[in-house]
Design a protein around this ligand. Structure first.
Ligand code: NZQ
Ligand code: ZN
Length: 392
């Protein structure tokens, strides 16, 4: 087991009617003037936003609304939010939505606390020294941003989609009522299940040996997400299944499922470049590259894939390579059963020419300025080969 520091400070308020505690939580963390950030229309249609506004009014809180965050959220929109938060004098940013809204809220919080710095500088490596507190009312189980240390924005001027890891990205609280996810369309539930699985898979496939507890937690989380994902796809209002998915979503990305081990995250990096260039949903971009990544990488350590097939899918085979293949096939079949794409054409971006694949591969590694992944270390040429395998 490698040395680690585990820090997951977000207060989780989980269950039916949890959103009624939103204002109480904001006050607990010192908020008086709240910028409420939300997405396109779902929080308005469901009545959630009106309920939260009603709560804020009853408690005499000052607030302003900022709606319109789009999936694969844009830097320009976060910059707009910084201006509004600064003009309003916000001292708390409340996100009502999914990963895109929460990540935008995190960006706004960094900008509002540092009005003389353009926020993209933080995404380019400048250290954050202060930020405003952020709280999240979660409406989709997927990205895990409600407890993660990450925020992902797309710079539409350059087409780059980048994550920013920082403890300033940890929300103060996460309100998690599984009933708020009942209104999700099947495609978004499926994207969420995929992303939840991938946050653990991108940690589980690691070169680090001998992490019994962490491996066991990761395998249990994967089995739970797979089983409840099946139920949730059939019945969006199954409280127990939606609860399991919601909790899996947070634990899958707060660090727990990879403690003491080197994380990989190459499939995430490969998928981000697809979302950055083609504006495709995050979960769909992940399932579209995973088979290619697995097929390209398993030989680094076949026994890890053999264990995965056994512990997660209950598959045993005499020959290790048969078990590896069966585990990969089971994963890909599961993605298909959710209606998720498993190659570029299914992702809706068609077959790409070599020039585009080269451009994407270069972006994954900053043209070999750095490598990504740890299970298999990925250089530009590897990224290119993986994209080629998915390019059908
Ligand atoms: O905009 P609205 O109308 O709210 O619709 C959203 C959006 O179209 C809809 N939706 C959300 N809750 C709903 C709902 N529709 C009906 N009923 C509800 N209850 O779902 C769509 C997708 O929303 P989004 O916030 O984009 O989903 P998700 O949570 O999957 O977030 C994806 C973003 O998070 C990033 C991804 O790259 C992507 O940009 N990630 C963030 C991470 C983090 N901060 O730690 C880690 C992840 O790996 C990921 O990269
Ligand atoms: Zn993800």
């Amino acid at each position: 087991m490698q040395n680690f520091l585990f820090y997951s400070p977000t207060e989780v308020v989980f269950g039916k009617d949890a959103e009624l505690q939103t204002v109480q939580e904001i006050q607990k963390f010192g908020g008086h003037r709240v910028l409420v950030v939300y997405g396109g229309s779902s929080a308005v249609k469901s009545g959630l936003l009106a309920r939260i506004e009603g709560n804020l009014k009853t408690k005499g809180m000052e607030y302003e609304l900022l709606g319109g965050v789009k999936p694969n959220p844009l830097l320009s929109f976060a910059r707009k939010g910084v201006k509004q938060a600064t003009a309003f004098g916000a001292d708390f940013i409340l996100a009502v939505g999914g990963g895109s809204v929460i990540d935008t809220a995190k960006g706004i919080a960094h900008g509002a606390a540092n009005p003389d710095i353009d926020i993209w500088e933080f995404w380019c490596g400048r250290e954050i020294e202060k930020s405003l507190p952020v709280g999240a009312v979660l409406t989709i189980s997927a990205a895990g941003s409600e407890t993660s240390n990450s925020a992902v924005l797309t710079n539409e001027e350059t087409g780059e989609k980048r994550g920013l890891p920082s403890d300033f990205n940890r929300p103060k609280f996460a309100i998690m009522n599984p009933e708020l996810t009942y209104s999700l369309p099947s495609f978004q539930i499926a994207c969420g299940i995929t992303d939840i699985m991938m946050h653990t898979l991108d940690r589980y496939f690691t070169p680090t040996e001998g992490n019994q507890l962490t491996d066991g937690i990761a395998e249990a989380l994967l089995r739970t997400a797979i089983e409840n994902g099946r139920i949730a796809m059939k019945n969006h209002s199954d409280y127990d299944a939606m609860s399991e998915l919601m909790w899996c979503g947070s634990l899958s990305h707060n660090g727990l499922t990879g403690l003491g081990a080197a994380a990989d995250f190459a499939p995430h990096k490969l998928s981000h470049e697809l979302s950055g260039k083609f504006d495709v949903a995050h979960g769909a971009a992940l399932s579209a590259v995973w088979e290619a990544w697995a097929t390209y990488s398993w030989k680094e350590k076949p026994e890890r894939f053999v264990r995965y097939a056994d512990k997660v899918w209950g598959i045993q085979k005499e020959k290790p390579e048969d078990a590896v293949k069966a585990g990969i096939d089971a994963t890909v079949s599961y993605f298909r059963s959710l209606g998720m794409p498993t190659c570029f054409t299914e992702l809706g971006i068609g077959v790409q020419n070599n020039e585009t694949l080269r451009e994407l591969a270069g972006r994954v590694t900053g043209n070999d300025a750095y490598t990504v992944g740890s299970f298999k270390v990925i250089h530009t040429e590897d990224a290119y080969c993986i994209y080629q395998l998915a390019n059908h």
